[in-house]
Design a protein around this ligand. Structure first.
Ligand SMILES: [Ca+2]
Ligand SMILES: [Ca+2]
Length: 200
């Protein structure tokens, strides 16, 4: 009889090798995914900035970063929602963001239709981790935004202020606007944040 199956030792070696390969795959796959979300966010910030510039060309001013009291009763995610409403306004003739870029971390809606979309949800423009991208007009740099964001869709309310330029000690783009993503950790105000500033 020459039938020979795997011995226990051989089986354990095979499982060990599979385990190591899986570990390597998860490690590289995980960092690849992180890199992808970061790259996607950087590109998206640029694309949104392009749309904001187009808005200014058409409307003569950067979009407002505050919602009227009739549109929303809370101040949560104000800047991002105001930018969404401006770019999806039915009367607006310029380019609009991709609808895949929309999220709604605070789950709110307007009482009446305010955009070209069928939904009345007050969406935010979101980053590669689905957190709201903060939009602050220079008019309100000294008034922090309240934003619902966090890692892995575990949202918490965060106050987000406009960013200062460490060299000048003044605001970044003092007469323009700032777009800020919380980065991979979903928390604002630390090193992995991603931002885009633009002035007129
Ligand atoms: Ca919202
Ligand atoms: Ca961060």
């Amino acid at each position: 009889m020459n039938r020979r199956g795997f011995t226990l030792l051989e089986l354990m070696i095979v499982l060990l090798i599979i385990g190591i390969l899986a570990g390597v795959f998860i490690a590289t796959g995980g960092s690849l995914f992180r890199g992808t979300a970061e790259k996607l966010t950087k590109v998206r910030l640029q694309q949104i900035a392009g749309l904001i510039e187009e808005y200014r060309t058409i409307e003569g001013e950067y979009p407002d970063d505050r919602l009227s009291a009739s549109a929303s009763t809370t101040r949560i995610n104000d800047g991002s929602e105001a930018l969404f409403l401006a770019l999806f306004d039915s009367g607006y003739t310029g380019g609009r963001p991709n609808q895949d870029w929309l999220g709604n971390s605070d789950g709110d809606s307007s009482t009446r239709a305010l955009t070209i979309l069928a939904s009345r949800e007050l969406f935010e423009l979101v980053d590669g981790w689905d957190n709201p991208i903060v939009y602050i007009h220079s008019l309100h740099y000294d008034d922090p935004m309240q934003v619902l964001a966090g890692p892995d869709q575990i949202f918490e309310e965060q106050a987000v202020g406009a960013l200062m330029n460490p060299r000048t000690g003044g605001w970044e783009e003092p007469s323009g606007y700032q777009l800020i993503s919380a980065g991979e950790d979903g928390m604002f105000g630390n090193e992995d944040d991603l931002a885009h500033f633009q002035g007129r």
